[in-house]
Design a protein around this ligand. Structure first.
Ligand code: SF4
Ligand code: SF4
Length: 295
C-alpha cells in the first residue's frame, strides 16, 4: 500500500502525449513556492477551508484529540495534534474539512491508470509518477513502475533528483523519461529556499547521462529568487554537457497554492509575491534559446 493525494487523468503537461499523473505523498524538501503543500507529509492531512465553515461545532464533538476549539467566535484548529483519522471531515456538514491523501494498493492505482490505455496508444502517452517526491515511497513506486512496464506503458518520473544511488539503480530499467527539477544554482540559496543540500542531484544527473536515459530539465521561474542570467546560463551549460537532456521546460511561478498552505495550518513563505508574467517567462525562454543556439 502507498499514500496517494491525487490521480489526474488526461494530463498533457507531465511528459509526452496524453497521460495519467499519479501524485504520491511525501517530500524531503520544502520549496517555498510549492503549489502542492498537501504532498509534504507521507500521511493523510486535514484541510480546513474557513469560508465554508458554518460554525455548527460538530467537528469539536467528533474529534477525539481536541483539535477543534472555539474561542471568541474563532474556530482554532491545532493541526499539530491531528492524527488524520478523518472523523471530523466525515461529519462536517459544510464540507469545510477534508482529509487529503488516501491509502491505495499499487493494483488499485493501476486499475485507474489502465482505463485510458487507448488514449496513451493513440497519442504516445503513458503514466507519470509525481508528488511530492515519488521516490520517498520507494517500494510502492517500484511496484507501480513494475506494473506499468508489465502493461507495456511509457513511464515518466517527475523528481527533485535527490535520489539515493541504490534506489536510482532500481528505477533506471523501469523509467523511460525523467522530468528532473533544476531549482537554483547557488548552493546556499538552494538550501535557504528548498532545504536541499549535498551532491545527490548531480549524482542523479550523471547516472542518467551514463545510462543514456532521456531527461527533461524543468526550471521553476520564481521572480526575485532564481530568475537570474547566471541560473539560466548554468541550465544551458548542463544541457550542453549532458546529451541525455532532451530539452529544458520553464515552469512559471503561480501563487495558486498559497491558500492551501494556510488551510493546512502553515505560513506561506513567499507572502504576496506576484506570479511570473507571460512576458517574464517568454523573455527567459528567448534568453535560454539564444544560449542554446550559440552553443
Ligand atoms: S463541522 Fe464543519 S461546518 Fe461545522 S464547525 Fe466544524 S468545520 Fe465548521
Ligand atoms: S482528522 Fe481526526 S484527529 Fe484530526 S482533527 Fe479530525 S477528528 Fe481530530
Amino acid at each position: 500500500m502507498g499514500i496517494i493525494f491525487d490521480i489526474q487523468r488526461c494530463s498533457y503537461h507531465d511528459g509526452p502525449g496524453i497521460r495519467t499523473t499519479v501524485f504520491l505523498k511525501g517530500c524531503q524538501l520544502r520549496c517555498a513556492w510549492c503549489h502542492n503543500p498537501e504532498s509534504f507529509l507521507k500521511r493523510p492531512q486535514l484541510q480546513y477551508i474557513s469560508r465554508l465553515c458554518m460554525d455548527c461545532r460538530t467537528c469539536a464533538s467528533a474529534c477525539p484529540r481536541g483539535v477543534h476549539r472555539f474561542e471568541n467566535d474563532l474556530h482554532l484548529v491545532r493541526f499539530l495534534d491531528c492524527s488524520g483519522c478523518g472523523l471530523c471531515a466525515a461529519s462536517c456538514p459544510g464540507q469545510a474539512l477534508k482529509l487529503l491523501g488516501r491509502e491505495m494498493s499499487a493494483s488499485q492505482v493501476m486499475e485507474t491508470v489502465l482505463r485510458d490505455r487507448s488514449f496513451y496508444e493513440a497519442s504516445g502517452g503513458g503514466v507519470t509518477f509525481s508528488g511530492g517526491e515519488p521516490t520517498t515511497q520507494p517500494e510502492f513506486l517500484l511496484k507501480l513502475l513494475g506494473l506499468a512496464k508489465k502493461e507495456d506503458l511509457h513511464t515518466c518520473l517527475e523528481t527533485n533528483g535527490y535520489i539515493p544511488e541504490a534506489l536510482l539503480s532500481k528505477l533506471l530499467p523501469l523509467t523511460d523519461l525523467f522530468l528532473l527539477d533544476y531549482k537554483l544554482t547557488d548552493a546556499q540559496e538552494l538550501y535557504q529556499h528548498t532545504g536541499a543540500s549535498g551532491g545527490l542531484w548531480q549524482n542523479t544527473l550523471s547516472t542518467l547521462q551514463r545510462w543514456q536515459i532521456p531527461v527533461i530539465l524543468r526550471l521553476p521561474v520564481i521572480p526575485g529568487i532564481n530568475d537570474t542570467p547566471q541560473h539560466f546560463a548554468q541550465a544551458a551549460r548542463i544541457k550542453r554537457t549532458h546529451p541525455c537532456v532532451q530539452k529544458i521546460e520553464l515552469m512559471p511561478y503561480h501563487s495558486m497554492g498559497r491558500a492551501k498552505w494556510e488551510q493546512l495550518g502553515m505560513r506561506y513563505p513567499l507572502g504576496s509575491l506576484p506570479d511570473a508574467s507571460p512576458d517574464q517567462t517568454e523573455g527567459w525562454q528567448a534568453f535560454l534559446d539564444g544560449l542554446l543556439k550559440t552553443s
